[in-house]
Design a protein around this ligand. Sequence first.
Ligand code: FCB
Length: 459
Amino acid sequence: MVDERMPRFPQGFRWGAATAAFQIEGATTADGRGPSIWDTFTAEPGRVIDGSNAETAADSYRRWRDDIALLGELGATDYRFSISWPRVQPGGSGAANAAGLDHYERFVDALAEAGIAPLATLYHWDLPQPLEDAGGWLVRDTAERYAESVGLVLDRLGDRVGRWVTLNEPAMTTLEGYALGTQAPGRTLMLGALPTVHHQLLGHGLAVAAIRAASGTAEVGITNNHTLVVPASDEPADLVAAVAFDLVYNRIFIDPVLTGAYPDLSAFGLDAFPGLEPGDLDTIAAPLDFYGVNSYNPTYVAAPAEGSEFALAGLPFEPVGPPAGTPVTGFDWPVVPEAFTELLVSLRRDYGDALPPVVITENGASYVDEVVPGPDGEPAVHDVERIDYLDGHLRAVAAAIDRGVDVRGYFLWSLIDNFEWAQGYTQRFGLVHVDFETGERTRKDAFAWYRGVVADQRG
Ligand code: FCB
């Protein structure tokens, strides 16, 4: 399938891979790290599908040199990783934990030595537990605490890291963490979760200010996850449902950041955004250097079926499966590369010049990967479907660039297999297979494929 040459990406395009601290590091009590909401969540029976936790994960807190070697071998220009707040400021307030910062300083210095540019995410879901105990993202103070922690990181790493992502996917924190309860902190507040949107975005705005104050040259962006919302049919009820879903999944997280206003939420019976105070939107809409997009698949949406949990919760939509015959990943996510192009083109169409240059901060796929003996007896993983997914989605990015979207980089999720949140170790997204018993890393076929693409593109 993958035989036609990949279209040429623009000169200077960034080629990277992505990970997140909680998913790869393990060592959850090392060097003074405090507990996060994900340590608490994974310890509660029934929360994680395979009953696992991230105490070891991919063991990257100890094996980080191996990870950098893999990036070097890949020819990556950049690496997106996250800095664990509970390592840097274990209780979520007060003084910095020097040992935690030492770790990241060593790490970014070694990345620089390998010629790989860091893109550091300042919050990838691991809220210090004491802050959750004080109300978490439901309370305004958490935004202030977050900006303070960002200041501590910048004090130490501001001279070494040139690009920062403030938040990763605030939508998932709100929707899965506080509304549905399928991710940490596991609250089931439905529309009562909306204040967490505003407090996260306020935290983002305050963090942008803290980063600008600490460095005159730093580049800053946010990472939102977006999905192309596809109505399940042409029926008016499904069209209305799709608009409502788009509002809560996409627009409440992007509109305030790029346009300084929340969309109209009267469809949800709201006339003002919960938590909003005068002046907040100016903080939230601070100019950005890039806009991070995570996207994996489109979402098909219908009017809620009578008696469904969505209808019972008073929600005006219900996500449904893709059209029959659509291929899916190991996660059952539909594989529709054209939808990725449409999504990117729609961002450009809807936000125009308010949309900063786009960086794809995550895209990738999980499949059931088996380690088998390779031709030379060495372990191998023949992940043909992943290569197909990645090939299709990179071409989809190229098509969006062709149609006028300014995309500057692509970060493949993920460099290595890791702890996939509530799915535990059941979903493998890595270019590199990780044996979670031994920590052993095995390059999958997709690793060589991506290395080839990057080499060809970098010329
Ligand atoms: C995204 C998360 C990332 C990873 C991928 C599969 O929602 O940002 O941590 O779990 O999904």
